[in-house]
Design a protein around this ligand. Structure first.
Ligand SMILES: C[S@@+](CC[C@H](N)C(=O)[O-])C[C@H]1O[C@@H](n2cnc3c(N)ncnc32)[C@H](O)[C@@H]1O
Length: 325
């Protein structure tokens, strides 16, 4: 009998065989992964897939599909095979050089928008939140998913995005350009907030990735933010061997590990954030599944107030937010 790759198969059979292959390899969400790979090779949408179960697929399409299925079965993430992931209703290009945006990170956007809206109400500005007058920075932007989603929601905000990885910044910038937000976000290569010295006397440590007028570069020196938001690396290095192969072998180490225990980077990020926020400015941080006990004590009065912990859909404390006094 010839192998499935050299045959013509109908859509229903191809999907069934794909699910079976992934299930045998213990791939999580096998049905969804097989569907996404079939949609990718056929360049169709889900409606077409289920409306045309009898449609015969060309042998070349079947060959590409089974090649991707085998790579998925060997551990490559589906998003690396399709090159994309949806986040906040936008389609982001992803490569192995950036973290694949996760659904739980959308809670950061929700918390940030809610808390900014509450701040506006407190200041008796109860009109629609457009971001007018707000300056925001996303630390560790990766694919750019947080900065770009905020740019979409807050059309008048000034947004900065930093990362230590030039490859991630290039990806974030490509996403911003493709999604139409490149003129709204300044991308900077920077260790945390070091590109924004807190002393007005010192020079900027890094130049923007994208050349921009010298005046704006100089302005970075004295910038204070209304919102600092970050999904920092927070996995413990000692957990390396317990991670799923998709994550351990395929996502960038600089995006994963926060130190031996995982929560070390928060210890640098939070004091830096305190120096770079306006009074009543907001800090919104994503947490690892067990980070809360180590991170909450770093946000104490008198520097911080109005601490809020938000759980994700699995009931895990996922977002820690606080206001600078
Ligand atoms: C967990 S990923 C988050 C990516 C993206 N913001 C998201 O939510 O999908 C962390 C990102 O922080 C970057 N990073 C790691 N250490 C950093 C540092 N010290 N300063 C700035 N960025 C850093 C990594 O390169 C990576 O892109």
């Amino acid at each position: 009998m010839s192998s499935p790759q050299s045959q013509s198969l109908d859509v229903r059979t191809a999907l069934k065989q794909g699910i079976h292959l992934l299930r045998e390899a213990h791939v999580p969400s096998d049905t969804l992964a097989a569907e996404l790979l079939l949609l990718h090779v056929t360049r169709r949408d889900r409606t077409w897939l289920y409306a045309h179960p009898e449609e015969i697929l060309d042998p070349e399409i079947i060959a590409s599909y089974f090649s991707l299925l085998r790579r998925r079965a060997a551990g490559e993430p589906t998003q690396h095979l399709t090159g994309k992931q949806e986040f906040w209703g936008l389609e982001f290009e992803v490569t192995p050089e950036v973290l694949i945006p996760r659904p739980e990170t959308e809670h950061l956007i929700e918390v940030a928008l809610d808390r900014l809206a509450i701040r506006e109400l407190r200041a008796s500005r109860d009109h629609k939140l457009t971001g007018e007058g707000l300056t925001i920075v996303d630390i560790g932007t990766g694919s750019g998913c947080i900065a770009i989603s905020l740019a979409k929601e807050l059309p008048d905000a000034k947004i900065y995005a930093t990362d230590v990885s030039p490859a991630a910044l290039a990806m974030a910038q490509r996403n911003a350009t493709r999604l139409g937000f490149s003129n709204r976000i300044t991308f900077l290569e920077s260790n945390l907030l070091q590109a924004f010295p807190s002393s007005a006397a010192s020079s900027p440590h890094q130049s923007p990735v994208c050349p921009e007028p010298a005046e704006r570069v100089t302005n970075h020196q004295s910038l204070l933010f209304d919102l600092i938001i970050s999904n920092p690396p927070y996995i413990a290095r000692k957990e390396f061997s317990n991670l799923p192969i998709e994550v351990r072998d395929h996502e960038p180490t600089s995006a994963l590990y926060g130190g031996e225990e995982g929560y070390e980077l928060y210890g640098q990020l939070i004091p830096e954030a305190a120096r770079h926020l306006k009074p009543s400015g907001l800090l919104v941080l994503e947490l690892g599944h067990d980070s809360l006990p180590a991170v909450r004590p770093l946000l104490e009065f008198p520097q911080w107030t109005n601490l809020l912990v938000t759980n994700d859909l699995a009931g895990i404390p996922r977002v820690l937010s606080a206001e600078r006094t």
